[in-house]
Every structure is written in structure tokens, then in C-alpha cells.
Design a protein around this ligand. Structure first.
Ligand code: ADP
Length: 504
């Protein structure tokens, strides 16, 4: 890869400015790693109210760029957008699209459990503004790397509105699917908001059973498609995991690969984490027990001999809460305690609150979004539970490994790729790092928790080995960023290299 290659990311959330899930962690880490490796990297991000609140909280100013009013036009766009920017110490540039009618809102995508009605317009404008920003700022991208449906319009527009624009003549595109469960589907009457010819409202374009499907459009137009783990890249080509797009993805199989996400260990490492009561490492585990004690106190759970199980999650059907609710009575009888941090579907808010009321000594439910409590749970829990129905990559299980918090996961996607299931042979060779459920059923969840709780209580030295093996695993971004560089390089050289070649 040419050291000076120009890479432009389009992402709809990014730590530390705004976050609803793992996408924000990726956009907050991968571009920095690429910049450190010598690429010129810009990230396009909407200037949400949450970003404004971040500037107020931190005192960091995100200054407007002079003369940056954008000349673009899309239906539904009224008023004017302009640009702001921050330069990270790595050299990465974050360009914010300041357009209050679309982004000065309570939440990023939804309010009160319902999507904003004009999301197609909001993210169409984001893409168009980001492409115009490239022109305005003289950033001629070699690669446009768009993430999820909210950014997919950048690729669609590149190949339509800007098809004949010489400025983007050398630009190649990559689309990363972080979660196929969110596709940006809208009624057909939203199609004009994207200002595309109706000929694209077709089976080879953005149409999907009479609706607009923005992610599908991105898949059709991208030069390369990636997902965030190798297993998930295979799974999404099957009807069970394809969320209706398995056929479309199969047709693009030669362009599709899976690259595992990394972990930002400057934020998620118990030996330096400033958000936890006491730091610790494999050699100084006393700190972990102090974190556990403090966590129990903070979330209102009494001291106990059984394991403390942590969960940090969007409260969405994907994350397997049905299985937990189905088996909670039995899990509680195993003398386990569970601390849950999450926000999302109001139905789970209610059901989990009821469970906490029923089992005040065993279940603590913390509804809301708190990065600080998330760190404290990672540090203080003995076990981390992630029984997802599907999981494109999953970050929390990787964080848990580093914090000595043994993961219990379902056998899917990135969970399968990152957790080495306990077997007698793996335990003996010190290669086991967690427990993988056999099936996605309540019984399997219960049996796996039972097995883990038994080992926790009866085999302290095996448990200790399990923790330490996990803590020493390395999922840092550096190696993953190098894989992305190879992929960009192949695109620039117009060579569609195989998945095996990229990861070799
Ligand atoms: P997903 O992207 O599907 O939400 P991941 O496991 O990949 O799942 O990433 C979730 C990220 O969001 C993690 O960094 C996790 O700590 C964080 N997170 C999720 N819910 C909350 C919450 N309620 N409070 C704080 N952090 C949360």
C-alpha cells in the first residue's frame, strides 16, 4: 500500500463522540491504526447533539472549517450544512457534518423505541454531504470505506450521482457490514429522497420486495464487501443468517470476506483502565477481587460465593435475552448473581426489571448507557454472558477475555471465532478461554452456565488457568489494520484477491 493513500471512512457513530454499539468502537479505533501505519485517513461523521454534548462535557472544541458551507442538494434538504473538524494526534482527521435539522436530535437513530421517520433522508444527506466535503476540502480518496447501511449511500452515490465526476475517477469502495440485521429498509415513497433514477428501484438495485433497501444498494455497488468476522461472512450467505439478503450476498461471494474486529487496548485493559476501582493483571489478580467487591456494592448485590455474571448489551432480540429470561429461575438456583447493563427494546426493560424485583439478591438490572459501569462490570464480573442469536463479531467477549472475565457465548459468528471452548484437551494444553453453548436453546444456556459455575466453585486452579489464558490473548487492532491495508491495496491495484490471500 502506498504510504500516502487517501482513505475516507463514512461511519454513523464513533467513540468517544457518540455511540450506540460496537460500530462506534471500530470507527474510533481502526482509522487511528491506519493513520499510525502511514495512511492519510479522514472519517466523516454526523454532528449529532450527542457530539455537541461531548464537547461541552470535555471542553474540547470542534471548530467549524472556514468557508465550508456545502453546495449540495437532495430532496428534503433545507437550510445549509457546513463542516467542522478535529485532528487526532495520529494524524486522522474527523470531519463532522453540521446540519441541525437532521442531527440535532435526542438520539442517533431512534426515539422511544421507534426509528426516526426520515432516516433515509438523514443518512442520504450524510453521504452526499461527505462526498461534497471531500471535494470542498480537496481530499481525493483512493478508498471510500463505508460502514453499515447508514453510510452505504456514500457508495451508491459514488457510482451514480458522481459516476462521471473526475474528482472521484480513481476512487474505489469498500462496504463493511457490521450487522446485517439493520438494512435501512423504507417504504417505496422514500426512494425519491435519494434522488436516484427509478431504474435503480429494481431487483439489481435498491429494491427489496417493494421496499427501498439501502444496504442492498451498497452491496450491489461496492467494489469489495467485508463483514467483521470470518464465520459471519459465511453465515450471512445462508437463509438462516442472511436476513433476506443471503442470495444477494451469495452472488457477491467473490468480493466478500470476513476480517475480525480488534480491541482498543488503550481503552480496554485492566492494567491501565482509569474507570475501574483497582487495576490488575494476570500477576496481580487481587485488584480484580477488589473490583468485584466494589461492583457488587455499586449495583446492590450482596457478597456471595457463586460467580457474578455480567452482561452489557443493547437490549435487542439478537442478544438472546429470551433464553436468559426462560432460564433465569434455574440459573438463580445455581447461586449465581447477574448484573445487567443495557438499554433498548422497552419489552426487555420491563421483563428484566420484573426479574430484578423478583430476585433482589441475585439480579441487578441497570437500564441506560454507561461506559463507566460497562468497564466496572468487565472488571468485576467472574463470567460474561453473551448468548446471542447471531453475532457479527462481538466486542464484549474480547474485552472480557482481557479482564479475566470468562465468557459464556453461543456458537455463532465472531463469538465462535474468538472464544476457545473448554474441553479436557484444551484445558490441559492451556488453550481454553471460555464456554461455548452447543445450541441456541434455553437448556443449552442453562447447562453451560451450570458447567461454568461448577468449575468456578469446585476447580479454582482450572478456573484460574482459564482466566489467565484469556487475559493473555491478543486481539489488538494493529494486525487487523494491516489486513485492511492489504485489501485496500488490492482494490487500488484492481486485483480481486482471495480472502485467504488477504489474511495470509
Ligand atoms: P453490538 O455492536 O451488537 O451492540 P458489540 O459487543 O460488538 O455489540 O459492542 C457493544 C459495545 O457497546 C461494547 O463496547 C459495549 O460495552 C457497549 N455497550 C452496549 N450497551 C451498552 C450500555 N448500555 N452501556 C455502555 N456500553 C454499552
Amino acid at each position: 500500500m502506498h504510504q500516502t493513500s487517501e482513505i475516507v471512512f463514512f461511519g454513523s457513530e464513533m467513540v468517544p463522540y457518540c455511540k450506540t454499539g460496537g460500530l462506534a468502537d471500530v470507527i474510533g479505533a481502526l482509522p487511528i491504526e491506519l493513520a499510525r501505519l502511514g495512511s492519510k485517513v479522514t472519517v466523516m461523521l454526523p454532528y449529532y447533539r450527542e457530539v455537541m454534548e461531548w464537547t461541552e462535557k470535555t471542553g474540547v472544541e470542534i471548530n467549524p472549517i472556514e468557508d465550508s458551507t456545502l453546495p449540495f442538494f437532495l430532496p428534503g434538504y433545507t437550510g445549509q450544512a457546513f463542516l467542522r473538524e478535529l485532528i487526532h494526534e495520529s494524524g486522522m482527521r474527523v470531519v463532522f457534518i453540521d446540519y441541525p435539522p437532521a442531527y440535532d436530535r435526542e438520539e442517533l437513530y431512534t426515539e422511544g423505541g421507534a426509528d426516526y421517520e426520515d432516516n433515509a433522508t438523514r443518512f442520504g444527506i450524510f453521504a452526499k454531504a461527505g462526498l461534497e466535503a471531500c471535494k470542498k476540502l480537496g481530499i481525493k480518496p483512493d478508498i471510500i470505506h463505508a460502514h453499515d447501511w447508514q453510510a452505504a449511500c456514500a457508495i451508491i452515490f459514488l457510482k451514480t450521482h458522481y459516476r462521471s465526476d473526475q474528482f472521484f475517477a480513481g476512487t474505489k469502495s469498500a462496504l463493511t457490514i457490521h450487522n446485517l440485521g439493520y438494512q435501512g429498509r423504507f417504504p417505496a415513497d422514500k426512494f425519491p429522497a435519494l434522488d436516484l433514477p427509478w431504474s435503480l428501484f429494481s431487483v439489481d438495485g435498491l429494491e427489496y420486495f417493494g421496499q427501498v433497501n439501502i444496504l442492498k444498494g451498497g452491496i450491489q455497488f461496492a467494489d469489495r464487501i467485508t463483514t467483521v468476522s470470518p464465520t459471519y461472512s459465511k453465515e450471512i450467505q445462508t437463509p438462516e443468517f442472511g436476513a433476506g439478503l443471503d442470495g444477494v450476498l451469495q452472488a457477491k461471494a467473490d468480493k466478500l470476506s470476513g476480517i475480525l474486529n480488534g480491541v482498543d487496548y488503550s481503552a480496554w485493559d485492566p492494567s491501565i483502565d482509569k474507570l475501574i476501582p483497582q487495576n490488575f493483571s494476570p500477576d496481580t489478580l487481587a485488584g480484580k477481587w477488589a473490583c468485584r467487591k466494589a461492583l457488587r456494592k455499586e449495583v446492590g448485590l450482596p457478597e456471595g460465593k457463586g460467580p457474578l455474571i455480567g452482561m452489557i448489551s443493547r437490549l435487542a432480540e439478537q442478544k438472546g435475552f429470551e433464553l436468559l429470561l426462560e432460564t433465569l429461575d434455574r440459573i438463580v438456583k445455581l447461586d449465581c448473581q447477574i448484573v445487567i447493563l443495557g438499554t433498548g427494546d422497552p419489552r426487555y426493560h420491563q421483563l428484566l426489571t420484573e426479574a430484578a424485583t423478583k430476585y433482589p439478591k441475585n439480579v441487578s438490572v441497570n437500564l441506560g448507557f454507561s461506559n463507566e459501569l460497562a468497564h466496572k462490570i468487565e472488571a468485576g464480573a467472574d463470567i460474561f454472558l453473551m448468548p446471542s442469536r447471531y453475532e457479527p463479531c462481538g466486542l464484549n467477549q474480547m474485552y472480557s477475555l482481557r479482564y479475566g472475565t470468562v465468557p459464556i457465548v453461543s456458537s455463532t459468528g465472531g463469538l465462535k471465532d474468538t472464544v476457545d471452548n473448554v474441553t479436557p484437551a484444551r484445558l490441559k494444553s492451556a488453550n481454553a478461554t471460555g464456554f461455548v453453548m452447543k445450541e441456541f436453546t434455553g437448556n443449552s444456556l442453562f447447562n453451560t452456565v451450570k458447567k461454568a459455575a461448577k468449575m468456578f466453585r469446585d476447580e479454582p486452579s482450572a478456573w484460574h488457568n482459564l482466566m489467565v489464558t484469556g487475559m493473555k490473548k491478543d486481539f489488538s487492532w494493529l494486525s487487523q489494520a494491516k489486513i485492511y491495508l492489504k485489501l485496500y491495496d488490492s482494490l487500488i491495484k484492481e486485483r480481486n484477491i482471495s480472502v485467504e490471500e488477504i489474511t495470509a
